[in-house]
Structures are given as C-alpha cells and as structure tokens.
Ligand binder design. Structure first.
Ligand code: NAP
Length: 311
C-alpha cells in the first residue's frame, strides 16, 4: 500500500467529499502522487480541503483544476459529469487519464465520451467503498483498504494507462477488478442499488405508518428496522442520480425482486412453511459465504483482526 513511488506527478480531484477527500488522504499516505489539486462547488468545501489536508492546492473552477494534471478524477455526483466534462475538455493535458468514482458506469461513458478530446484516456472507475456520511470532513485515508475498485476501460484502451490507474488504486489500498460498464451496472444494481431502494421504501412506509403506531417504530427500531434506517440515511443527491443513471439495470432487477416477493407472499398466505424455510436456509448460507470472503463489515479492512488477536 505505501509505495513511495510517484505514479502521477499531478492529480486533480473534481469534488472533495467523502470519496474525493479519502482519495486525497490515501494518496498522501501512500506518497504515490506529486501534487494534489482539488476543486468543489463551494468556497467552504475548497477551504475545508486545504484545512483538512485533502489536497495541496485548490482551484476555483474545474477548468483551472485540471491544468497540467496527469490524472483527473471526477468525485462529484454523477449527474454533474456531463457539464464538468464539457467545462474541462479544452483544458486537459494531452495524454491525461480521465477517470471517476461514480456508482454507475454506462451513464458515465455516455456523458463523458462525446465531450472529451481524442488525445486523453477515459477509464471510468468505481471504488466499492463508502459510508452514509458526506462532505469533506467525512473522508479518511483507510477508506479503500482491502476494498474492490472496479475499472471499466473502453475496448482498445491504452494498456499502459490502465496499468498506471490500477497501480494508483492499489497504492491507495484497493484491489482492482476490470469489467465492462454494462456488467458493472447489472452487478451493482442487485448488490447495492436495489437494496438501497428497499431501505428507502421500507423507512418511508414506516414513516407513513407513524400516525397509527404513534412513535413505536422509533421505540422498537432494533428489530431489523434500525439497519434499514442507516442505509436510508444515504445522500439523497447521490442516490437520486444513481437511480436515474442506472434505470435499465435497476428496473430489470426490481422485476425479478417483485416476482420473488410475490412467491413469498403466496407461501405465507398458503402456510407453505417449507418454501419459507428453504429460502431462509439458502440466504443464511449466502451470509456465511460473505463472512468467509471477509466482506461482512463496513469497517476498514472489514474489521479483520490480526491472526495474533484470535487468542
Ligand atoms: P459528497 O461527499 O457529497 O461530495 C461531493 C463533492 O462533489 C463535494 O465536494 C461537492 O462540492 C462536489 N460537487 C458537487 N457538485 C459539483 C459540481 N457540479 N462541480 C464540482 N464539484 C461538485 O459525495 P461522495 O459520497 O464523495 O460521492 C461522490 C461520488 O462518489 C458520486 O459520484 C458517488 O456516486 C460516488 N461514490 C460514492 C460512494 C459513497 O458511499 N458515498 C461510494 C462509491 C462511489 P460542495 O461540497 O461544494 O457541494
């Protein structure tokens, strides 16, 4: 993780919230970049970026931030990528890598490919790491430790540039996987996007019921509801953009989900305990597989203990 060898002389972070800020801190920890330049919409965030050491310099605009950068990383909500791409296009260094951290990939390629010049390298990315917190103060250096980072290079992408970006994420602590944008969007729809939609929905339904239950939803929230409220507290702007941008894959997965929910409904109605027991046993085994893969907690390093701690 700590490389002490410089992969990029200069990187530009467009957005320095949870993810952009964590990239700045992790890149500094690894000593893998020369200068880190950041920009954000507001003067408050730009000032916080300097005070918190997320970047060495800030620029007032994205166009100014990307000047001379070898790698530009878009770390703002996906809905802003088209406008940002158009703003920076004429100011990019020839040969620069343009990448991002957006939670959807097909829409990012659609938004950026038409506006970027031919002499730069678009290699979209998505670190599978995060918390429900946002803003520059939410960033921390170990966010990507032992987390996956998925890169979705276009066909025929420059192998050297891809290797450089892979080395950068590896230096930040992540493990890199490569796939197509469409495959990424399908996988993330079922592992992340639909679960968030279910959490938003159940918390919304419970809130609508509050009039009937008069405070009992909050009072007895430990019974499973609490975990949904944590997910449903995720940033509204980011998640609005994700559902609008990954519409097709989310609708495809929701269709399957609704069918499976209907069969559960039928099993309950007809007292089919075997069907319920079979499904719950299958899902319990999946939980065990996640534990075996060391993916069970949201902590850095998945909360793994050193072997010594096992006692
Ligand atoms: P965040 O904490 O809300 O930070 C967003 C940053 O983008 C802020 O610095 C914000 O500036 C800036 N920004 C917003 N609109 C902008 C614009 N038009 N031009 C320039 N900067 C702009 O968000 P985040 O959680 O880091 O998420 C950023 C990206 O990471 C999203 O694309 C998201 O899909 C992806 N992602 C998030 C997670 C997660 O768990 N949060 C995980 C993986 C990937 P101001 O503060 O001045 O508004």
């Amino acid at each position: 993780m700590a490389t002490d060898s410089v992969i990029f002389d200069r990187i530009a972070l467009i957005g320095v919230g949870l993810i952009g800020g964590s990239i700045g801190l992790a890149a500094r920890r690894a000593n893998c970049v020369g200068t880190i330049v950041a920009t954000a919409r507001s003067a408050e965030t730009r000032q916080a970026a300097i005070e918190l050491g997320l970047a060495d310099q800030v620029a007032e605009t994205a166009a100014a931030a990307v000047q001379d950068a070898d790698c530009v990383i878009l770390c703002s909500p996906v809905g802003a990528f088209g406008d940002i791409g158009a703003e920076i296009a004429a100011h990019l260094k020839p040969g620069a890598i343009i990448t991002d951290v957006g939670s959807v990939k097909g829409a990012v390629v659609e938004a950026l490919s038409p506006v970027l010049p031919a002499n730069v390298h678009l290699i979209p990315g998505h670190p599978i790491a995060g918390t429900e917190k946002s803003g520059p103060t939410a960033g921390f250096a170990s966010l990507f430790d032992q987390r996956w980072c998925i890169l979705t290079p276009p066909e025929g992408a420059d192998g050297h540039k891809l290797a450089q970006l892979d080395a950068f994420w590896t230096a930040l602590g992540a493990e890199v996987d490569v796939m197509t944008p469409a495959h990424h969007d399908l996988v993330l729809a079922i592992t992340s996007h639909v679960p968030h939609l279910i959490a938003y929905n159940i918390v919304g339904t419970a809130d609508d019921l509050e009039e009937v239950t008069q405070g009992e939803v909050i009072k007895y929230s430990a019974g499973g509801f609490r975990d949904f409220t944590r997910i449903a507290a995720s940033d509204p702007t980011m998640w609005r953009d994700i559902f609008l941008a990954n519409k097709d894959a989310v609708l495809e997965m929701l269709g399957r989900f609704s069918e499976d929910l209907s069969s559960l409904q039928r099993a309950i109605r007809w007292g089919d305990g075997d069907a319920l027991f079979d499904l719950f046993s299958r899902t319990r085994a999946i939980r065990q597989q996640i534990i075996d893969a060391g993916q069970e907690t949201a902590d850095p390093d998945f909360g793994r203990h050193n072997d010594d701690d096992d006692g």
